[in-house]
Design a protein around this ligand. Sequence first.
Ligand code: UDP
Length: 490
Amino acid sequence: GSNANAAHFVFVPLREQGHLIPAVDTALLLASHGAVCTIVGPPSTAALVRPTVDSAQRSGLQVRLAEFPLDYAASGLPEGADAGDSIPPMHMWSYYRAMALLREPIESYLRGAHAAPFPTCVVSDFIHPWTTELAANLGVPRLSFFSMCAFGLLCHHNLERFNAWDGVEDPNAPVVVPGLERRFVVTRAQAPGFFRGIPIPCWEEFADYIERARAEADGVIMNKFEEMEPEYVAGYAAARNMKVWTVGPVATYHQTRTTLASTLASRGLRACAVDADECIRWLDGQAPGSVVYVSFGSISRAEPKQVVEIGLGLEASGHPFIWVLRNAGDYDEATRAFLGELEARVAGRGLLVRGWAPQLLVLSHDAVGGFVTHCGWNSTLEAVAAGLPVVTWPHFTDQFLNEKLAVEVLGIGVSVGVTEPLTFQAVKKEIVVGREVVEAAVRSVMGAGEEAEERRRRARALAAKAKAAAEVGGSSHTNLLDLVKRFQPG
Ligand code: UDP
């Protein structure tokens, strides 16, 4: 058929939203350039992805979805452990083992006539080493997919390669990242030994597992644009001796659609807790650049006492805000009452979203002028693409290095000054950042003054580069076309 000469990418994503959303967006982009893409995964992943895939199919893209049941018992995973918002850390290792058991069924599915044309490339989340075998059995290359910053990846790589942690007992002792031209200081607690600070059983074994998945790839696809951190993209490619395709920001796929509002709203793989049109109407009523958007991603949860400090800090800042509370339903009565009273006091000036927010839609609106972020890579990149300065408040994993990129490399961020991952802090104190600090950081990013202007100017310049990268002839656009061409059969 007409597909015979098409590149066919098999995507094996990880189900965490921060990994899944950009992987699916990348598949949509490749498909929009003529490739066939098959996204494979267990039913819990497929359920999150299905509406997006259905809508892509309706618009004529060759994106498919194939699901394979997990064998919970065989890998010691409790039945339904993957049903919630994210995999609980204590079950992660079993979950990855259960995923590895999908190799055989996926392979035989892909060999079937109904999966034709025969795959030409496997694109898997950097966390799945078993996909190397899958690709090898199919006789095709495997690229690993990263929605992470090259700066952070290179820091991590160098810290491990030069054994920077040898003899460093204190998790808060500063260490200079080896092998970089500029001087960056991190602590072991902040370094993304990816799940350091999160209580994962068999951590060492798990770290080896991830390293194997990275080292054995034939190449890398990254959700970022080259001009954002050129020396670190090149540095990572050289350190790994791998070709790197930068294809981001992949969220631009949605920004080029005509029905902007509805696609942006449905892009989150969860149903939104606010009506997208209502959200836009609210933003339409605010002055340009006046609103601060506050969100800590899909996994992080704020403790009740911390929530109070954030709320009072935002109120005291005097700026209009949209504040996303992922776990509002879990709060005790006093905290819920506090939120209700706050909402009444800031009526018209503050919008609380209790659940999933249409983040991309909000960030694209002119009224938004800043973003208080946990520095998840996707959020950081989305801020950059929207030309917004950020207040940085990392929680865990790679977020501390993303903060360094935003504050020290790109010069678009003001830090709230958190030095340890959330899990380290939580056992010590529930209030990590006080209301005065929240207020000061928001004022500093949103306010007038030379420094704030400079930050905004740099953020806008980066956004222009992001846009150029995604346009015909731009670096990310060119890399997408190269992928589609390079992985054509024959
Ligand atoms: N997101 C969203 N609405 C929410 C929370 C998150 O649309 O209420 C999206 C956000 O735009 C981003 C992703 O979910 O694309 C979160 O990824 P990120 O890397 O920022 O953080 P993580 O969730 O992995 O900690």
